[in-house]
Design a protein around this ligand. Sequence first.
Ligand code: ADP
Ligand code: MG
Length: 548
Amino acid sequence: MPIVLLKEGTTETKGNQAQRNNITAAKTIAEIVRTSLGPRGMDKMLVNNIGDVTITNDGATILKEIDVQHPAAKMMVEISKATDNEVGDGTTSTVVLAGSLLSKAEELIAKNVHPTVIVDGYRMASEKAIEILKNASTKVDPADRQILGKVARTSMASKLVSVNAEPLSKIVVDAVIAIAEKTSDNSLKVDPDSIKVEKKAGGSIEDTKLIQGIVLDKEVVHGAMPKRIEDAKIALLNAALEIEKTEMSAEIRISDPQQMQMFLEEENRMLKSMVDKISASGANVLLCQKGIDDLAQHYLAKEGILAVRRVKESDMNNLAKATEGRVLFNIDELSGADLGYAKLVEERKVETDKWVFVEGCKNPKAVSILVRGGSQRVVDEAERSVHDAVMVVKDVVEYPYITVGAGAPEVYISQKIREWSASLSGRSQLAVERFADSVEEIAIALAENAGMDPLDTQTQLRAKAALAKPKYGVDVINGKVADMAAKDIYEPLKVKEQVISAATEASSMILRIDDVIAASKSKESAPPPGGGMGGMGGMGGPNPYMDM
Ligand code: ADP
Ligand code: MG
């Protein structure tokens, strides 16, 4: 009699079978994104269940959009997300590397190397790899616009916007430098939320602009208000210009018309006094997070004040940083000292919308990038590329080390790790060697995607890798191995470190699993009759699979 431990309908997959399933699922994910790696990588067209189309080359976006079911595949999706959040770039590389680490591990498992040995070997190798690369990277001046520009351009090289990388990278570098703040230990800190990226389809990518201030996708609230104010003194208010309605349902009985009149007049007087306070502070622009009553709008217009209502909280924070004003919660506290400044506040037409531009701020600590492009899909992808570029520039500003890209650092690491592995003994050496092979796969994938011969490229790269620093990489544009420093292909060391550590972590996590116990989800996915714990072991019953 078998002892039943698990609830009916639960499936358990054990040992080799569980491992094989997980590795296969994760590898499948890696294969999907592999062809999109690098400037010659292909884009993916993703259609979601309501028919929306996304065209992208961004690893994290691809994986976000496809609906992955298998738990191991989900882990791959998660590392690409984590990499996106941490460093903003290298998402495809992370997944490709994790995939090749797993497929090399599979070979070792087939030779009876225990997964724990592989995991240990990978961990040692990844630490060594990061150390090797750090020693071979170049320290830069975090305020060097030229270097930052090169890094930004490299991140855009693999995207749809690559033809416009020059002007876009300049915008991104200017934006990041504007908002970078010195910390107490004299390093720089960049808060990417201080760069508001607003997008609008129409025009072309070249029309993308940096605004020294904030763009609000809102219009001026009242038709009689001015649409343009120079030398704007801006009140930032997080309070309603309305008479508060009571929470309880109160009833006011009015017996004669005069009472009604008095009641309205009182309301009127209160609104007027609110507007008077704003006007008395010297403000000529009011940006309000809450509502503005019709009558208050009328009084504001009479005072010649330009007002916008229901501004988002994140915009209010950025407005305070850009204009050096203070967001107040109470109109009574408003004084001239709280007002922000902008050279110009103006409502402009952007395609069919009317937006308010708060610009020409002195030394703004928050700025906007208004992304334009021929169609919605183009601006969507351009926005993602701008985000990536902002992040890589941030990476270098905060951690000022760079390395040549284009597969050069990967080949370099792999060479050095192979040399180092000779000093190791035991089976973990095998794992370390496999790690070296896996890292090299990035360069091979770049070459393959450019239609180059992977073996030829590999041998040429290996022949050139004996230098003190990574230098020769896959010149995918000209289809040959070349000095990539001469081509200005530079990447943040931080991205490379994240790629290695995230990929190692994910592959180790997957390798350590030898037992998958899955509760039955619903009726349809319940196992066939007879499939209890006893029957399923080692057979790999109805495992969760990828559903795309
Ligand atoms: P990820 O999501 O990993 O950033 P990408 O598709 O952006 O993937 O490709 C990044 C890879 O492309 C990096 O290894 C980078 O060095 C390389 N790369 C960028 N520009 C070039 C270039 N002009 N020639 C060759 N490789 C390049
Ligand atoms: Mg990239």
